[in-house]
Design a protein around this ligand. Structure first.
Ligand code: ZN
Length: 657
């Protein structure tokens, strides 16, 4: 590990807090040191209060902040004296501790101080850095974690046995640190947890950290346990992998009691553990550091026996909850990580972002496990210790405070014609309701929609093979398909039937009708596996109930599509799939309405363009967003008992009413 310290960069930071931000971000920028909120840092300063008295202040990372992106506002200023006094108490509950920490802050608007604030306070050094470095965790194997640590560092570090992070740990450090520390002490190792270093300057604390982590890396490297092999996976030729993924996601969602997004990874690193001959024992020891348990659960599911996993989780809860002083509410018993020899590493979350965080954490876990195995064996904390963190008071309180999840949280939608107009608005409306979205469009511009919860795919919907590939990608990215929005369409040239060219008729029907039939057929097996039942929203047209002259191909294709949707509603009802149709009219912010088409249509009704825009009973303009919101709502709980419906979204049309 190399120091990223840049004296130029550091010297531009004026003041201790700015420097604290600088070196915290250096630590936070390396995922081999900290991941997703892990680790914390502090600096002690002397400040004058309102009465002109000098006070020692601990600026400690606030909870909820990430070291990689922390700002000055992310540090909580806490008076040092009351923290040192708290460390002398025999016991302090987490809730009491948080109350005391907040009460000792000099800025009432600052974030709640890290639960390690008292630990930072008792270390008699100005700058303190703490991470959960991968290399250090990997060498704490089953054959005496402390002996290994001593082999690497001799007596240049203070070694603290594992206890629950928070007050118990701070108190233990307050007692053990003075017993072990001496002039040559360079850091402190918390067994099965992480590393602390310190210094009189920010640079000293940071560079000491990097040096100690490098010593752990070198130790592993010298024993052939650093560069662990990730053999190239043997190709699995399974064109129907998407169905296996969707079936597993459905089982996991059912075990949880709500839909979950599941991302599949079959790259060499993922497969190195998923196909490891000892995966059953290696992967089921427990998480690498206790804070991961909140994200990944204690152990992954190995294989596909979800019911068996849930059964074991319930037993684990019952066994350990019985020893708790407070009554505990069981979390859902579904896995967040699965390892399968065929499907690879599967990471699960309530949102695509959650599943991605689980992936980040588990990729580091894989390397820690494989390195520890190469060194002689991987061993995690016993279940009791991980249970304590999984169910600690503060996490349970957070769960009680959490509001209701979004209507489509954990669900996966696919929208065609997603690059612009109604399709693009549908992507937004579905995302806003918590869904992960696969956005298809023939235009490569769709790539601009990419984010954690949107997978854009350039795809010609009239190419069935491309549609099949898109569904395969959807299943790998998010685990299946719950919602299908059939939106892609073309208007075609405005022409009377007598002048209508064969090619034009066929082109319009191919996009507006045939492509949707192909996609519905391919999507049906996936929709059938949707945890809450599949939903299809079809974007029809006012032209279905009220056609106009000069749009024969468009009107006929949308009428046939509507009839197709009605038959699907009948045929798929038994599979729990709902199919509904929206008939928008005069939505002019879409790709098919060029100025020319608009002018031609207006003229054919004898209206100006402006009259034509609001030519409805309510005299309102209908936008893409109006249509998209209704399409998303149709796929939500409000319409749970509606199928085969056709709903106009047109401001009211006299010919339709
Ligand atoms: Zn920690």
């Amino acid at each position: 590990m190399r120091s990223l310290w840049n004296e130029d960069g550091a010297s531009r930071r004026a003041g201790d807090l700015a420097l604290r931000v600088y070196s915290s971000r250096l630590l936070g920028s390396d995922p081999a040191l900290v991941l997703h909120g892990g680790g914390n840092t502090s600096v002690k300063t002397t400040e004058r209060n309102l009465f002109g008295e000098e006070e020692q202040i601990l600026h400690i990372k606030g909870s909820g902040w990430d070291l990689g992106t922390i700002e000055a506002a992310g540090f909580a200023p806490v008076r040092l004296a009351p923290l040192l006094r708290l460390a002398t108490l025999d016991a302090l509950s987490d809730a009491q501790m948080v109350n005391e920490l907040r009460g000792a802050m000099t800025d009432a608007a600052a974030p709640t101080p890290s639960v390690e604030a008292i630990l930072h306070a008792v270390l008699p050094h100005r700058w303190v850095d703490h991470t959960h470095a991968d290399a250090l965790i990997a060498l704490m194997g089953p054959h005496g974690a402390e002996e290994r640590v001593r082999e690497v560092y001799g007596d240049s570090v203070v070694v603290i046995p594992y206890v629950m992070p928070g007050f118990a740990l701070a108190r233990l450090v307050a007692r053990m640190f003075p017993e072990q520390a001496h002039a040559g002490t360079r850091g402190m190792v918390l067994l099965k947890h992480g590393l602390f270093t310190w210094g009189a300057t920010a640079r000293e604390a940071y560079e000491q950290h990097i040096e100690l982590v490098t010593m752990a890396e070198d130790y592993l490297r010298a024993r052939g346990a650093w560069d662990v092999p990730h053999p190239a996976p043997r190709e699995v030729a399974d064109p129907m992998r998407r169905l296996a993924l969707a079936a597993l996601r459905r089982e996991i969602s059912n075990a949880a009691g709500f839909p979950l997004v599941m991302a599949a990874h079959d790259d060499p690193q993922a497969m190195a553990l998923a196909r490891h001959p000892d995966v059953d024992t290696l992967a089921t020891q427990g998480c690498a550091t206790p804070d991961h348990v909140i994200r990944t659960k204690r152990v992954p599911l190995v294989g596909r026996d979800v019911a068996g996993y849930a059964e074991e989780y319930r037993a684990y809860f019952a066994q350990h909850a019985a020893l708790s002083a407070q009554p505990l509410a069981m979390l859902d018993p579904a896995p967040r990580v699965a390892l399968d020899a065929e499907l690879g590493l599967l990471t699960v979350g309530r949102t695509a972002q959650d599943a991605a965080v689980v992936e980040d954490i588990y990729r580091h876990t894989i390397d820690i496990i494989l390195r520890a195995a190469a060194l002689g064996g991987y061993e995690a904390l016993p279940p009791r210790d991980l249970f304590e963190v999984e169910y600690w008071e503060l996490e349970q309180a957070k769960l009680r405070r959490a509001g209701r999840p979004a209507a489509l949280a954990g669900e996966v939608a696919l929208v065609t014609g997603a690059a612009s107009g109604i399709g693009r608005a549908c992507v937004e409306a579905l995302r806003a309701r918590g869904a992960a979205v696969v956005a298809l469009d023939v235009s490569p511009e769709v790539a601009g929609l990419a984010r954690r919860d949107v997978l854009p795919l350039a795809c010609d919907v009239t190419d069935s093979a491309a549609l099949e590939r898109a569904l395969e990608r959807a299943a790998r990215a998010f685990g299946g398909l719950d919602v299908l929005v059939l939106n892609a369409g073309v208007f075609g040239q405005s022409a009377r039937i007598a002048e209508l060219a064969d090619g034009e008729w066929e082109r319009v029907l191919r996009v507006n009708l045939d492509a949707n039939l192909a996609l519905m057929r391919l999507a049906h097996p996936l929709l059938k596996l949707a945890p809450r039942g599949g939903r299809v929203a079809v974007i029809g047209s006012k032209n279905v109930p009220a056609p106009g002259p000069g749009a024969a191909a468009y009107s006929a294709s949308k009428a046939a599509l509507t009839q197709l949707a009605r038959v699907a509603a009948l045929e798929w009802g038994a599979d729990g799939i709902r199919v509904n149709v929206l008939h928008p009219n005069a939505v002019f912010d879409t790709g098919i309405w060029t100025e020319e088409v608009l002018a031609a249509r207006a003229a054919s009704y004898g209206l100006t363009v402006e009259q034509y825009r609001r030519n409805n009973v309510l005299r309102v303009e209908v936008t893409s967003r109006d249509v998209a919101e209704l399409a998303a709502e149709l796929c939500g709980p409000l319409f749970a008992k509606t199928t085969g419906a056709q709903i106009p979204v047109d401001g009211g049309n006299e010919r339709v009413i």
